[in-house]
Design a protein around this ligand. Structure first.
Ligand SMILES: Nc1ncnc2c1ncn2[C@@H]1O[C@H](COP(=O)(O)OP(=O)(O)O)[C@@H](O)[C@H]1O
Length: 188
């Protein structure tokens, strides 16, 4: 599937704002893939579809998580986390995309996971730093992403955990596991 076909397919599933975000994520992820040597075509398709399920009703996402035997502890945390694994599932069913590397990058784009692939890392960090993002700390992560992808991810995870804690919100543990995996690799 090429870029324009993929964008045409994802557009009806997104708001205008989310579509602009998706294009920002796609351009950023492709640039990072080129810089760090990830498969550019796969990274591009994963980025285009990363928020495919963002606007699905919560009830539908909850049912899919249960029926497809996804980790049910997801249901105890923010529904913001659900669209990533549900999106990977729906992109497979509805868009016919079966490439596991593409699906993995969609599935883990919010929480991350230990030992992420290069494609997963590019989409994950592109989602955080695309040009439309303007939250505290994003510029530091943007600069770090040009030097060291793993350090940029560790920084973004730290920001997310701090952001959630400041708001008294629970933190889905996968984010900690991802952070630990990167920090341990770099310290060893
Ligand atoms: N470990 C976590 N635990 C709980 N909520 C989280 C966690 N990680 C991310 N989130 C929530 O998910 C949101 C980001 O979702 P994400 O998919 O990365 O962005 P977007 O959908 O805007 O592209 C954050 O605002 C945060 O509220």
């Amino acid at each position: 599937m090429n870029r324009s076909k993929a964008l045409e397919l994802v557009k009806p599933h997104l708001t205008e704002h989310r579509y602009v975000h998706t294009i920002g994520v796609t351009d950023t992820a492709v640039e990072l893939a080129g810089k760090y040597g990830a498969d550019i075509e796969k990274t591009e398709i994963a980025a285009i579809f990363h928020d495919y399920a963002k606007f699905r009703p919560k009830d539908e996402m909850r049912s899919i998580i249960i029926e497809q035997s996804m980790p049910e502890d997801l249901l105890e945390y923010s529904s913001e986390l659900w669209h990533a694994p549900v999106g990977a599932y729906l992109v497979k069913c509805e868009m016919g995309i079966t490439d596991e590397e593409i699906l993995g990058a969609i599935k883990y784009h919010t929480s991350g996971r230990p030992n992420m692939t290069l494609i997963e890392k590019c989409v994950f960090i592109a989602d955080y730093i695309e040009p439309g993002r303007a939250f505290p700390g994003v510029e530091e992560v943007r600069q770090m992403a040009q030097q060291d992808l793993d350090k940029a991810i560790a920084l973004s995870l730290r920001n997310t955990v701090q952001f959630l804690m400041k708001k008294n919100q629970p933190v889905y543990p996968a984010t900690f596991y991802t952070y630990n995996s990167i920090v341990k690799t770099h310290n060893s």
